[in-house]
Structure formats: structure tokens, C-alpha cells
Design a protein around this ligand. Structure first.
Ligand code: ADP
Ligand code: MG
Length: 609
């Protein structure tokens, strides 16, 4: 079999994506590989296809139980023998799986990093022919990353115990430069094929709102996606409870997920969402890693998350099938306070010394700052995120709330001079909020106690909205005209370039034109639903969906593991009437055809008779 045969037969796809093919070819020629590709880019196939073509077995190291379970169900559905080894198995199940593995029954085995160095596992693999070890979510090996897992550091020890060094491959979606270097060095990849495709997810449209009423704002998004699946992320369990309860009371099909629920309920709620029994998942960040549900049409952040990595990963759970989806962040100042609280009380990862722990905390602090700027920037949001990961976009994506609300280039020189002047004349240093309040002429106790009302710039901008003042403050910090201290006080100080502004330089800032208060941003309102977007037979789509649900329930797998929405949409377009026509549908491979092909053909035929 060739790689193309495997792709078609098991996965039902006609062609590789460019990056996939390069990685697959590299691996098949015996090289190590590293793939840094955004969520939904199709990293799994990059190692699964070589795994099926190589003589021995492939071990996939993966950090989460839910992730392994999902991947293994997908493979089993496609007719591939695979299994996982982790703590969710009973002792008996574990032994059986190990025995099957040793007997060569599986081509691909997913294993938790904690299992690698156990005696029984080492004993078992000693006699096996291991062709490749693939490390999924490889950023977990780096302390620079946000999901540092000390157990990932054991991978090289494990590899060194093997008689023959297998091919090593690593995959992740979120790697800044430092993280990538860590992956290469710590895993000991040797002269690997390296692919970094863009982080950009063009089908996602980003927006930030600072609503007076978050609940109303969330409802606007949900209503614009009537009948579709979405996730609402909250920072705390308490908010999850409140939002979920309110949704259910208002008649929505919602469920919840956070670390405070017992295992059984969590599993149950997660399945309700995955199996399309509930449409809205309200959750903390405990939910979602490795969740492959392809038809999530929107992700609302009810609170600002702690950093851009988390944000992009969570928001990225929308639109994995490549169809247009919305990512909306609802910001309020309190979110910064809550995140700060979490950082202050952060427990360092296990086995980490004090100095490292302090460094980790500092980095978290810096990340929070960059996340907060995201909520205030008037630049293209997509550009902001891409730049964070070291890429450059065009500066205008035309599909984020900043690009869509019509930029307005404002001359804010006067305001900037007053703000910088105020900082300069202060006897002590203060934070962004206090400085903005002072030039706004606030009479709050903090201002009066600090005698900021005696500052020559006090009240110099009474007619400017406090919001704009803070935006300009953030703009000045972002562009280096002012700096915020890295300690816990976050006080504003002058920089080398502050004087440029005071002595004649000008400051232009792009801002969104004021929108009427009740308007839903265009992108959300118009966001096409899966079926409306293309000119397809709606009734047929619903019938296919119903059949899919019936099969999924019978087989106890999530519907998207039977066929993705995209595959159903493709069926509606091609309207296949024969086996060979059905096999042309993207996502229908031979194995799946054998299982379900006829049933879906019947639905299509009846419909068009
Ligand atoms: P990642 O791990 O990079 O986030 P996945 O491996 O989970 O992404 O793949 C995302 C989706 O893209 C899956 O539904 C997968 O079946 C689909 N996919 C992968 N490769 C292809 C391809 N060559 N053609 C069409 N769909 C693909
Ligand atoms: Mg993946």
C-alpha cells in the first residue's frame, strides 16, 4: 500500500495537505520530524499514516486521557487496530491491552508519559519492534510553555532504554520560539524534518467586547448561532455554575464542566456535549484539551483567560472542521484581578525548585499583561495573536471586531501628553488606572489621598471618556512610551522615549468607531450556520444527521467520530447514488463505507427519488 492508499482507504481523503505530505515523506524515509501546526491542521495523520506503513508499532505519547480515548475511537472506527494505556483502565483491562500489544495486535498504541518508566511497560516493550515514538502536544515538555508536564521529561530516558532507537516525532499547535527549541533539545530530535505552518485559522473570526452586561452579550452570540453547538469558558467554577444555571432556566440546552464535579458527572456532561445531546458547554479551562468535536460553531470567553496561549487554544476549539466560526471574548477589569489572584497563589509544578518556580511565575505575569493588551488593542486581533507567536499577518484581516468596526485613526497626541505629563509630575508611581483617573479629574479617595488633585495635569482631560484614556495608556505602554513595572505593583514609569512625545512628537492610535450600544457586531450576526453557508439541501442534511446520531448512539461514540459535519455537507452536495460515488465524498473511506455506506446511500436515494 502507498501513503495515498492508506489515506483513502482508512480516512477517506483524496489528498494530503502540503505540510502533512512533507512530514509523512520525511518520516517514511527514516527521519525524525517536528510539526508545529495549528489546531485542526491534521497533525494526527502525519504520524498515523507512517505508523500504518512501517513494519513495527508506533507509540504515541499523549498527555490526556480524553485525548487518547478520542483518537483511539476515531482509529477503531476507521478499522485500525489501536489501543491506549493509561490510568482510566482497570488493572485487568491494562493487562489485557499490554498482552495484545506484545502479541502484535495493535499498530498504534497511545500511552501516558507516566507509564513509560514503569517496570511492566519497559519489560513489555523490550521484545517489541517499535518503529516510531510520536510525542503529541509536545509543548508540554517545556517550562516555557503553559502546560509544562515534568513527566514529559522522562521520554528521552525511556528512549535510551530501548535496544534500537526508533524514529522520534513531535507535534504541537502552540509553540513560541523558546518552546520549539526546548522540544528539539529535550527530546533529542536528530536532524529532523521541520514544518511550521502558519498559526492562522482563517475560518475563525475574533472579537472582543467590553459589555456592561456580559449575560446579554453572551445571549446575543448564542442566539446568532441558534441550534448550533458552542462552548462558554469561565474563569471560576462559580461563574460556570451561575451561567449554566441561567441558561437552563432560560430554556437552553446546556451542561457544565469543571474540576469541582466528580469524575462520573464530568464524564457524563462531556459526553452529553460530544454526543450532541446538549448544545452548550459551560466550562472552566479544565474542559477541552484533546476534544476533537468538529462542529463547535462558537466559543465565548465569559472572562478573559490568563494568557494568549490558553486563549488561542480554547478559542481554537471552534471550527475544527474548517467552517466559519466565532470566537468572542467578553472582557471586564475584574478578569485581570481574578487572574492575578490565580498567579499569586499558583502552585509550582511537581518537582520544580524554588528559583524555577519564581521564573515561571514571572512569565505568567508577563503573559497576563499581553493578554490584557489584546483586549485593548485597536489593531487587527488576528494580527495581534499571530505576532505573539512570532508571525506576521497583513495587519488587516477584515474578519475580526477591530477590522470590522471600521478603523479610525485618531490623533491622541494631546491626551498622550497629558498622561505622560501626569506620570512625570507624580511624586510617587501609580498604576494605569490611577493615572487615567487623575487626568480624568476623578475625586475618588485614592486620588485625594495621594493628593493627585494637586498634580498640574489633574483634570486635564475631563471631557474624554475614561475608557479612551485607559486605551491611550495601554497604547503608550504597548509602544514603549511608558512602561509598567514587573513587580506586583504594576506602576507606570517614564521610558527613554517619553520625552519625544512631550517635546513635539505625535501619537496616532487606531480605534474602533463607536458602535451603537445594542448592535451585535456584524460578523456574529451574519455568521453563516453550517448548512446555510452553502447552497445545500437542508432537509437532506437533517436526515443524514439523524441517521448519524442513531448510529452514534448504537455504537456509543460521538457523532463526529462516525462522520464529521463537513462530510455530511459534502454528501449533500455530491448526492452519491452508488458505492463509488459515495467513496468520492471527503471523509468516507473504504472501512467506513463497509460499515455505514449503504445506510447513508439509502437516505440520499430516498430523498432524491
Ligand atoms: P490537529 O491534531 O492538528 O488539531 P487533527 O489531526 O485532529 O488536527 O485533524 C483535524 C481534522 O482534519 C480531522 O477531522 C481530520 O480528519 C481532518 N483532516 C486531516 N487531514 C485531512 C486531509 N488531508 N483532508 C481532509 N481532512 C483532513
Ligand atoms: Mg491533535
Amino acid at each position: 500500500m502507498t501513503k495515498y492508499d492508506v489515506l483513502k482507504k482508512y480516512f477517506g481523503y483524496d489528498s494530503f495537505r502540503e505540510a502533512q505530505e512533507t512530514l509523512v515523506d520525511g518520516i517514511l524515509s527514516g527521519k525524525d520530524a517536528i510539526g508545529i501546526m495549528p489546531t485542526g491542521a491534521g497533525k494526527s495523520l502525519c504520524y498515523q499514516i507512517p505508523a500504518l506503513l512501517m513494519p513495527g508499532i508506533t507509540l504515541v505519547i499523549s498527555p490526556l486521557i480524553s485525548l487518547m480515548k478520542d483518537q483511539v475511537s476515531t482509529l477503531n472506527q476507521a478499522g485500525i487496530h489501536a489501543a491506549y494505556l493509561n490510568s482510566s483502565l482497570t488493572a485487568g483491562q491494562y493487562r489485557t491491552a499490554m498482552k495484545n500489544m506484545v502479541n502484535g495486535q495493535y499498530k498504534i498504541v497511545y500511552v501516558a508519559p507516566e507509564r513509560l518508566l514503569t517496570e511492566s511497560f519497559i519489560e513489555a516493550v523490550r521484545s517489541m519492534d517499535i518503529s516510531m515514538i510520536s510525542v503529541d502536544e509536545a509543548h508540554c515538555i517545556s517550562q516555557w510553555g503553559q502546560d509544562f508536564r515534568p513527566s514529559y521529561l522522562k521520554i528521552p530516558d525511556f528512549v535510551s532504554l530501548l535496544q534500537k532507537r526508533p524514529i522520534l516525532t513531535a507535534f504541537t499547535a502552540t509553540a513560541t520560539r523558546e518552546v520549539k527549541e526546548d522540544i528539539l533539545a529535550l527530546l533529542g530530535l536528530e536532524n529532523p524534518v521541520q514544518i511550521t505552518t502558519g498559526f492562522d485559522r482563517k475560518n475563525l473570526s475574533f472579537s472582543v467586547r467590553q459589555p456592561g452586561n456580559k449575560w446579554r452579550s453572551a445571549l446575543d452570540v448564542i442566539e446568532a448561532h441558534h441550534g448550533e453547538c458552542g462552548i462558554i469558558y469561565c474563569l471560576t467554577r462559580k461563574t460556570v455554575e451561575e451561567v449554566c444555571e441561567q441558561l437552563i432556566k432560560s430554556g437552553y440546552s446546556a451542561t457544565r464542566y469543571h474540576a469541582g464535579l466528580d469524575d462520573a458527572e464530568r464524564r457524563n456532561n462531556q459526553d452529553d456535549f460530544l454526543y450532541d445531546r446538549k448544545q452548550i458547554m459551560v466550562a472552566t479551562n479544565a474542559f477541552g484539551m484533546g476534544i476533537d468535536k468538529s462542529n463547535v460553531r462558537y466559543v465565548i470567553h465569559y472572562n478573559m483567560p490568563k494568557n494568549i496561549e490558553s486563549y488561542y487554544q480554547e478559542a481554537g476549539r471552534a471550527g475544527r472542521d474548517g467552517l466559519p466560526s466565532d470566537c468572542v471574548l467578553l472582557y471586564s477589569g475584574q478578569d485581570v484581578v481574578t487572574n492575578q489572584f490565580f498567579i499569586d497563589r499558583m502552585e509550582p509544578p511537581e518537582g520544580v525548585d524554588e528559583e524555577t518556580a519564581a521564573t515561571i511565575r514571572e512569565r505568567e505575569q508577563e503573559r497576563l499583561k499581553r493578554m490584557t493588551y489584546y483586549c485593548f488593542t485597536s489593531d487587527c486581533l488576528r494580527e495581534y495573536i499571530l505576532r505573539y507567536f512570532g508571525e506576521y499577518g497583513s495587519g488587516y484581516c477584515g474578519n475580526c471586531s477591530n477590522c470590522l468596526t471600521n478603523f479610525e485613526e485618531k490623533d491622541v497626541t494631546e491626551i498622550a501628553r497629558n498622561l505622560i505629563g501626569c506620570v512625570k509630575e507624580c511624586r510617587w508611581a501609580y498604576g494605569i488606572v490611577t493615572i487615567a483617573d487623575a487626568v480624568h479629574g476623578s475625586k475618588n479617595t485614592k486620588i485625594l489621598r495621594a493628593r493627585l488633585n494637586e498634580n498640574p495635569y489633574y483634570g486635564s482631560c475631563t471631557e474624554i471618556s475614561i475608557h479612551l484614556l485607559r486605551q491611550v495608556m495601554n497604547h503608550l505602554v504597548m509602544h514603549g512610551y511608558l512602561a509598567v513595572s514587573d513587580d506586583e505593583y504594576h506602576v507606570v514609569r517614564l521610558t527613554d522615549t517619553s520625552d519625544e512625545i512631550l517635546s513635539g512628537g505625535s501619537v496616532l492610535m487606531k480605534t474602533a468607531k463607536e458602535q451603537p450600544k445594542t448592535a451585535v457586531p456584524k460578523n456574529t450576526k451574519k455568521s453563516p450556520s453550517v448548512t446555510a453557508e452553502q447552497d445545500i439541501d437542508h432537509g437532506l442534511f437533517e436526515k443524514l444527521r439523524a441517521l448519524r446520531l442513531e448510529i452514534a448512539r448504537k455504537e456509543k461514540v460521538p457523532p463526529y467520530i462516525v462522520f464529521s459535519d463537513k462530510t455530511l455537507v459534502h454528501m449533500c452536495i455530491l448526492k452519491p447514488k452508488t458505492r463509488s460515488e459515495m467513496l468520492r465524498v471527503s471523509g468516507v473511506g473504504e472501512m467506513k463505507y463497509e460499515k455505514y455506506g449503504e445506510q447513508f446511500l439509502d437516505v440520499v436515494k430516498n430523498r432524491s427519488d
